[in-house]
Design a protein around this ligand. Structure first.
Ligand code: FAD
Length: 486
């Protein structure tokens, strides 16, 4: 609990605090402080899981604190809305708990505000006792090989954003009129991509996938998808639940090359951690000869020991026609296993290449501390190095890895650091959003409250109802803003 400083205690008996309540009306809340202390104001930047879990921790563990959440889009929830696959509705249930948090009287949501452009981090630091940066990882890693810019090569981030309705990807129109697609990467995002592109269309229809993606996938000619990795079967990065879904996918055959698994059974007898052992056992069980019941007109498979060196054009040079791989062998290097080139290469024809080699955070503004090599804000348990009062949580804190539960734990750690520091620091009263508002007004920015978002939400759900799906997402920011204002 907070121990407030004596210097903050002399406040009038009745103090008016402007709060933007969840139903979007500005209310003036009269708080009776019996000659006591001022409210502490914190703000969080980014409304994905990291942002919301940080808010939850602050509100739950300090009954005095007010928390404002700034989000660049008019709609909240970050990758829960724009990343998690449409056929995984259960994962999105965290939205219910975030919504409950957002209904706290001590919370306000300011959507459609891009920090670093509409308002600077330094403005927020002047306005709040603590500022937490939870803005995720919105860029993607590049392969940096010839041909990467050819039409038909996409980042996983863009394709995921396209089928999940991220406004900036709404006009993507990927050409799925190809027989073979290659996904570079063997993580859960790579499996999501393959699964969504191969799932029977009648199953996808019942999800919140966008209408445009649904039509494109319904007309897709994709017959096979390969997920390609630099190393071997013991180094795949996906997890067992996602693999199980993939090998059981209706009408889709799994292709694995037995020669990639030579010696693996023997290695399983060694000291391999249980999750890795179970995952590998499932891969072994999924070999074509042992999955005779799973015959379909479409296929997916894993290719190992290959690193892309060139994306090859079609004969007319107009778009992607294939990939050149360098073949690798594995060498032990300390605790890890390294892929080392054998000097041999292989060309593989394909019409679509999806780069799924990771997301990447960027600095918010040029004078913010940022570790460009690791793509994170340098921090100590969430405290930004060299910047008192500034914190970070989620993917921008620890890098773009880990699931929502991991993000929750590190956000709680950051929340704890904020509360510890705030209780030890005396500071002058901060105006919070009241000192940010004039900056946004002068730029003509329409700020979206949580109540406004709930209006957008209702429109999406009503449209979804007519199509017998959970929601039909609005793709255009201007249209979101029209529905936000009722
Ligand atoms: P994000 O969720 O990205 O949130 C960042 C927020 O900050 C966004 O709302 C963004 O709009 C906002 N923002 C960015 N810049 C600014 C700015 N300048 N000003 C204001 N706001 C800003 N985990 C699971 O547990 N299950 C899954 O099934 C699953 N599927 C996934 C699928 C994909 C494709 C991906 C990429 C991830 C998936 N994850 C899944 C992982 C999970 O999404 C992450 O662990 C989690 O979203 C990270 O949270 P975050 O808040 O750090 O980032």
């Amino acid at each position: 609990m907070l121990g407030f400083q004596a210097s903050q205690c002399l406040r009038p008996l009745w103090l008016s605090i402007h709060l933007r309540s969840h139903n979007s009306h500005h209310v003036t809340r009269k708080c009776c402080f019996t000659g006591v202390r001022r409210k502490l104001h914190a703000c969080v930047v980014g409304s994905g899981p990291a942002g919301f879990y940080t808010v939850q921790h602050l509100l739950k563990n300090n009954k005095e604190i007010l928390v404002d959440l700034y989000e660049r889009l008019p709609v909240p929830f970050g990758l829960v809305r724009f990343g998690v696959a449409p056929d995984h509705p259960d994962v999105k249930n965290v939205i219910n708990s975030f919504t409950q948090t957002a209904h706290s009287e001590r919370f306000a949501f300011y959507g459609n505000v891009m920090v670093g452009r509409d308002v600077m981090v330094s403005d927020l630091q002047e306005a709040y006792d603590a500022v937490v940066l939870s803005y995720g990882a919105e860029d993607d890693q590049l392969l940096r090989i010839p041909g990467e810019q050819l039409p038909g090569v996409y980042s996983a981030r863009a394709i995921v954003g396209w089928y999940n309705g991220l406004p900036e990807n709404k006009d993507l129109t990927p050409d799925l009129n190809v027989e073979t697609a290659v996904v570079l990467g063997q993580g859960n995002v790579a499996l999501d991509l393959a699964r969504i592109l191969l799932t029977p269309i009648d199953l996808l229809r019942k999800t919140d996938i966008t209408g445009a993606a649904l039509s494109a996938i319904a007309e897709s000619s994709i017959k096979r998808i390969f997920l390609v990795g630099r190393r071997g079967p013991l180094q795949v990065a996906f997890t067992i639940k996602e693999l199980r879904e993939m090998v059981k996918l209706q009408g889709v055959r799994t292709m694995l090359n037995p020669s990639d698994f030579e010696g693996i059974e023997r290695m399983l007898l060694e000291n391999i951690p249980r999750p890795r052992r179970r995952l590998t056992e499932l891969l072994l069980k999924s070999m074509p000869q042992s999955s005779s019941g799973c015959v379909g007109h479409r296929e997916w498979g894993l290719l190992f020991h290959r690193s892309p060196t060139h994306i090859l054009p079609t004969a007319d040079g107009e778009r992607v026609g294939g990939i050149r791989f360098q073949l690798n062998k594995l060498e032990a290097s300390g605790d890890t296993v390294k892929a080392v080139p054998t000097g041999k290469s292989e060309d593989m024809p394909c019409g679509l290449v999806l780069r799924s080699i990771g997301y990447r955070s960027l600095p918010l503004d040029p004078d913010m501390p940022f570790d460009k090599r690791r793509g994170v804000i340098p921090n100590n348990q969430g405290r930004v190095e060299g910047r008192a009062g500034l914190y970070c949580s989620g993917w921008v804190k620890r890098g773009p890895q880990g699931v929502i539960a991991t993000t929750m734990n590190d956000s709680f750690e950051t929340g704890e650091a904020v509360l510890e520091d705030i209780s030890n620091r005396s500071a002058s009263p901060r105006a919070g959003f009241e000192s940010i508002r004039p900056k946004l007004t002068s730029k003509g920015i329409q700020v979206v409250s949580f109540g406004d978002w709930e209006r957008i939400n209702r429109v999406e759900q009503e449209r979804g109802l007519k199509l017998e799906k959970p929601r039909e997402k609005i793709l255009d920011v201007q249209e979101m803003l029209i529905h936000a204002s009722g």
